[in-house]
Design a protein around this ligand. Structure first.
Ligand SMILES: Cc1cc2nc3c(=O)[nH]c(=O)nc-3n(C[C@H](O)[C@H](O)[C@H](O)COP(=O)(O)O)c2cc1C
Length: 356
């Protein structure tokens, strides 16, 4: 396979593909372990990962930290020596504790978005874990690279670019989402990669660039490599797999979604998000306030008395398959998915253009 294996320090990927982290409870050990076993990088989402633990309601932090250990162990058992890490969002309360736990557990990497992970290098200083920010614009890449270089004299071990067609929370304003088409975003990607290559030269160290968002087939994958990416990141395609940890009803919602059902929503996290339109979103759009049943303190910035709905509750409903009471995150191209596949067939399909 062209450009393979991909080296990230002492880590080796046999295939240039990352599975994007999907919270809550969508990318756990089952999916991450299967992707890692295929030679890609499997990502466990740490977001409210302990939602099935008995003490989650009483002590979410403790439940989440315990579940991180359990899921990493299970993923390692499935991964056949492959690469497994965590996605930990900056917007999460107790971010530092989750990061330190991932490092302590010996995960291979941490990918952090939903905010700029300014202090991530300091949090993992004593550990060999690889760290990567998620950026969406040239500006966020520049700010982050400059800050890490100046404050910590270090660069990311790799960098994830998440484009406007991604699922979940998006690192763009609503205006930027309207502005960026495939061509203009391609130019933005080239500018980000230009920034990265300048830091590589300065630090004399390779920073693999991973590009995701709307990579739904081999053509999009080849476009990403054509723009200079070292690897692709896919998430939505992996939801509709046998190995994905999501409830079957969630996977079914992907298969049934039409293009017009996929909409942008304003999330209580304060960022736009992309999801499948359903009865839940209809209630929210109608101005109904769906008051949280209980606050688990998931976000650093949230006023439970004011939010239109609780992001944790809406995403836990999704993970449990209560799809009409849920926020069903998905990428812009999720409507193109028509069948449940295996992780192996998704990886083979997306990377078909890479086989020499
Ligand atoms: C269901 C779902 C949940 C997601 N949750 C997260 C998350 O918790 N943290 C994060 O950084 N990105 C999240 N994302 C973004 C993905 O990791 C990925 O970068 C993006 O969706 C890639 O685009 P694609 O879905 O078109 O392949 C999520 C995406 C989806 C579809």
């Amino acid at each position: 396979m062209k450009g393979m294996p991909l080296k990230i320090g002492n880590l080796t990927l046999r295939k240039p593909i990352f599975q994007g982290g999907m919270g809550i409870g969508i990318s756990l050990s089952g999916l991450a372990g299967a992707v890692a076993a295929e030679g890609g990088a499997g990502t466990i989402s740490a977001a409210q990962i302990g939602f099935l633990e008995e003490d989650f309601d009483e002590n979410p932090l403790k439940a989440n930290l315990r579940a991180m250990g359990k899921e990493l162990k299970k993923a390692r058992e499935l991964a056949r020596g492959g690469v497994v890490g965590f996605n930990i969002m900056v917007a999460m309360n107790h971010y530092g504790e989750y990061v330190k736990e991932a490092a302590r557990l010996g995960a291979d990497f941490i990918v952090s978005g939903a905010g700029l992970p300014a202090d991530l290098p300091a949090l993992v200083k004593a550990f060999p874990i690889k760290i990567a920010p998620i950026v969406s614009t040239e500006k966020s890449a520049r700010v982050l690279l400059q800050y890490w270089a100046k404050k910590f004299n270090r660069i990311p071990d790799f960098l994830v670019i998440e484009g406007p067609k991604a699922g979940g929370h998006l690192g763009f304003t609503k205006e930027q989402l309207q502005e960026f088409g495939p061509d203009t975003y391609g130019q933005e990607v080239e500018k980000i990669i230009g920034q990265v290559r300048a830091y590589e030269a300065r630090f004399e160290k390779k920073i693999p660039v991973v590009l995701g968002g709307g990579i739904s087939g081999r053509d999009q994958a080849e476009q990403a490599f054509g723009l200079g990416a070292d690897a692709i990141q896919a998430a939505s395609r992996f939801v509709a797999t046998e190995e994905c940890d999501a409830d079957p009803a969630y996977k079914e919602a992907y298969l049934n979604a039409r293009e017009k059902d996929i909409v942008l929503v304003k999330s209580p996290v304060g960022m736009p998000g992309r999801a499948i339109h359903n009865a839940f979103l209809e209630r929210v759009e109608g101005g109904e306030r769906i008051a949280p049943k209980r606050c688990r303190g998931c976000l650093r910035k949230c006023n439970p008395a004011k939010i239109p709905y609780c992001i944790t509750e809406a995403l836990i409903h999704a993970a449990k398959g209560q799809v009409e009471e849920a926020l069903l995150f998905c990428g812009a191209d999720a409507y193109k998915i028509h069948k449940i596949e295996t992780v192996k067939s998704v990886v083979e399909d997306l990377l078909a253009g890479r086989v020499q």
